[in-house]
Write a protein that binds this ligand. Structure first.
Ligand code: MOS
Length: 745
């Protein structure tokens, strides 16, 4: 494997298609005779529809149909689950009844010849509601009076907390955040007889397929999901949402293909969000910084119709060594759409609280925050008692500190200056659990000298196409350009959801084995070929190198290109197939029996610098370094892209992002790119990312563990800690807003 392409910085094989506009995203597929569906969405967040008057809209030009709960074909609630890879985003099908649970819920669909006609008519549908007061903030609802939705404990945290000599007690809040992928949601539905094709943008082709079958009440074989390219998702495309079913029903009704695109405003209501999470953290430590108690009481919201857990208990219980830990978490239903995973779900809010608390505790102890982490280093996973499969966090701290120059940090608040600006330095741990699901992969070696690999997983922009090509190339010796890859289509062998940063670790073993099987098939053909040079030779004496079949002990040059063997046998190609994982689980995935002996997580450390200009109360992130222990890196380029992209989101989370609901109506008032701010180029400094590259072979032969989401965890607390270092102001409720810093100016 010395000259292997694996681990190099390989350019995306689909990159050219994307930058030249040839890669068709969900609603860009060119379908003949397509009609356009535009949703009418509710302007109340709690109540019921009393009357829908479509009379004026129906008469408008181009209108083909107006569907609502009064005239809609029956749909079903999916009985599926995450484990069965059939989880919906929202379990209530659209137009089930007259009830309204959140602002922006679809109450009608107008279908017309053109998009403009549909949009115009949709604005003329009159809906009369009976509105009740919505609950859109945690403080509007009573404290939960039930057992926790999840919890973890060891030792006696309450008692230890009483005795701990140095204590910290603080509450941290991460607000609702909305996923804003460049490609918004949308579906084109096309029927051919009783067969349905859905052109989608999804992180889970197989999951979408299974849910569609259940919601629409159709046999799975009658549904085809197509999603070859996805303009990212960040979690909001893991599970299907109501617009998909509206497109399907609309197309059946008007007997034409129907396109339903979700506009940016409805990205804030009907396709998930990260829930608000409030964490009450209490820590106790000895004078020399050894944690003796950790408690985290977590409150988060979900919707009225679904449960959704943003698990912050898990990180609290595994990140540090501490004998007494208690964490519990409650879900509180609010009148908002159902929340859904958003990049680094659970650990991202959890680490904002935990890592901020560690920084605050370090200050109380008069100790360097990095030193406090080292004194509480977890040598095993104390929440489960299991050993780590591979953990090099100490290495990440040390490499990061060295490279960043951490030893030059003067801990005194406001003491580091650069011109008119005050510098602040902060650091935080990051971590993400490793999940790996099952995958079926088919690899075909073809008589034109190319290879073809296929799987019904998908590339959401992270580089999965390229990972497939790299592994096939590594095994066969063919250049990456000779490997064609087909993904994002439910007719291919079933593959995992692209979620939990698990796709690479899930598919790599199956690609590798399938390629070996295809090579063996060619070798067998070579040994059988009557006229060939290897006739009668035991297949065990043959191997394939650089695309050539040759005798094991001899050089590849002595062999024959594999395509000549196929051609001589009049074969167009030979297949290898393989399955990895026990079942096709999606998110979080099935660890499998061998892996169950270990606790498998990625780790790392962020170091950042902020610059604060007190004159104009301007705070900027000016320097960033992330050191990631994420197993073997299959592709340096796409991996780096994942971490840097996640850090950009982290800057957004720390300083800009918050979805704000009007408490009177439940309307997300900043539901657009002008008012909901994300980090842009001007907000992003020079960033550096270092991979430690220790293979985690508990998982697979390549030791790839999965990276991506880990990059976001810890970022926001690194920023707020740096901000404290510069200004003396501790922001415990994100994002850091200018008004919060005015006091220090
Ligand atoms: Mo991620 S939240 O699994 O896209």
């Amino acid at each position: 494997m010395s000259s292997s392409i694996v681990g190099q910085a390989v350019t995306r094989i689909d990159g050219r298609l994307k930058v030249t506009g040839q890669a068709a995203y969900g609603v860009e597929h060119r379908i003949q005779n397509v009609a356009h569906g535009v949703g009418v969405s509710s302007t109340i967040a709690n109540g019921r529809i009393v009357r829908i008057d479509t009379s004026e809209a129906e008469k408008m030009p181009g209108v083909l149909a107006i569907l609502h709960h009064g005239n809609f074909d029956r749909m079903y609630r999916p009985a599926g689950s995450l484990e069965e890879m059939s989880r919906p985003g929202e379990s209530r099908p659209p137009f089930e009844d007259e009830n309204v649970y959140y602002y922006g819920q679809f109450v009608a669909l107008v279908i017309a010849n053109t998009f403009e006609q549909a949009q115009d008519a949709a604005s003329h549908v009159r809906v009369q509601y009976e509105a009740k007061r919505p609950f859109v903030r945690l403080e509007q609802v009573p404290a939960p009076n039930k057992s926790p939705d999840t919890q973890s404990s060891r030792g006696n945290a309450e008692a230890a907390l009483q005795q701990g000599p140095v204590k910290l007690d603080a509450t941290y809040v991460t607000p609702v955040e909305t996923h804003n992928p460049m490609e918004m949601h949308g579906t084109i539905a096309a029927w051919e007889g009783d067969k349905l094709t859905l052109y989608e943008t999804t992180q889970g082709v197989v999951n979408h397929h299974n849910v569609a079958s259940q919601v629409l009440g159709m046999p799975p074989e009658s549904i085809h999901i197509v999603s070859p390219f996805v303009g990212s998702g960040f979690g909001c495309k893991l599970f299907p949402w109501p617009h998909s079913w509206l497109a399907a029903a609309g197309a059946r009704h008007v007997k034409r293909p129907v396109k339903v695109a979700v506009p940016r405003t409805l990205m804030f209501t009907t396709v998930g969000h990260r829930p608000l999470v409030q964490q009450h953290v209490r820590l106790a430590a000895t004078q020399d910084g050894k944690l003796v108690a950790m408690m985290n009481d977590v409150l988060q919201h979900t919707s009225v119709v679904d449960e959704y857990l943003e698990n912050c208990v898990d990180a609290t219980s595994m990140l540090y060594s501490c004998p007494n830990v208690k964490a519990q978490q409650y879900e509180v239903p609010l009148n908002v759409g159902t929340p859904t995973p958003m990049r680094g779900p659970g650990r991202t809010p959890a680490l904002f609280a935990l890592e901020s608390a560690m920084d605050e505790l370090a200050i109380k102890l008069n100790m360097d925050p990095l030193e406090l982490r080292l004194r509480n280093y977890a040598e095993k996973d104390e929440s489960s008692g299991k050993p780590w499969s591979s953990k090099h966090l100490r290495d990440a701290y040390q490499k990061g500190a060295e490279r960043f120059g951490w030893s030059k940090r003067n801990p005194k608040v406001g003491s580091m200056r650069k011109g008119n600006e005050i510098l602040g330095w902060g650091m935080a741990t990051c971590t993400w659990p490793c999940h790996a699901a099952g995958a079926d992969v088919r690899v075909r070696l073809l008589s034109d000298g190319s290879a073809h690999a296929s799987c019904a997983t998908q590339d959401i922009g992270t580089g999965t196409y390229t990972v497939f090509a790299e592994i096939v190339s590594d095994k066969t010796g063919l250049p990456v350009e000779k490997v064609k890859v087909a993904l994002g289509d439910s007719s291919l062998p079933p593959g995992p959801t692209s979620g939990g940063s698990a796709a690479t670790a899930s598919v790599v073993p199956a690609i590798s084995k399938a390629t070996e099987n295809a090579i063996q098939a060619v070798i067998k053909a070579a040994s059988k070929a009557p006229q060939g040079p290897f006739h009668g030779i035991d297949p065990k004496q043959l191997k394939m190198t650089q695309g050539r079949i040759h005798i094991v002990d001899k050089s590849p040059d002595s062999g024959v290109p594999f395509q000549e063997i196929l051609a001589s046998q009049h074969l167009v190609g030979l297949d290898g197939k393989a399955t990895s994982g026990r079942e096709h689980r999606s998110y979080p995935g099935d660890p499998g029996p061998e892996r169950e002996k270990y606790s498998i997580h990625s780790f790392g450390a962020h170091f950042c610098e902020v610059a604060f200009d007190p004159e104009i109360v301007r705070l900027r992130v000016t320097r960033w370094l992330s050191v990631i222990d994420g197993g073997r890196i299959i592709n340096q380029k796409t991996a780096r892209n994942q971490i840097l992209g996640a850090v950009v989101m982290g800057i957004g989370m720390g300083m800009l992002e918050e979805t704000v609901y009007d408490p009177r109506t439940g309307h997300p008032i900043n539901n657009n790119f002008a008012d909901y701010m994300v980090a842009v180029n001007a907000d992003v400094p020079e960033m550096e990312c270092i991979f430690l590259d220790y293979p985690d072979t508990v998982l697979n032969e390549y030791g790839a563990r999965g990276i991506g989401e880990i990059g976001l965890t810890g970022c926001a607390s690194a920023i707020t800690s740096a901000t404290y270092h510069a200004t003396g102001i501790r922001v415990r409720e994100l994002p850091i807003r200018i008004e919060k810093l005015l006091a220090s100016a």
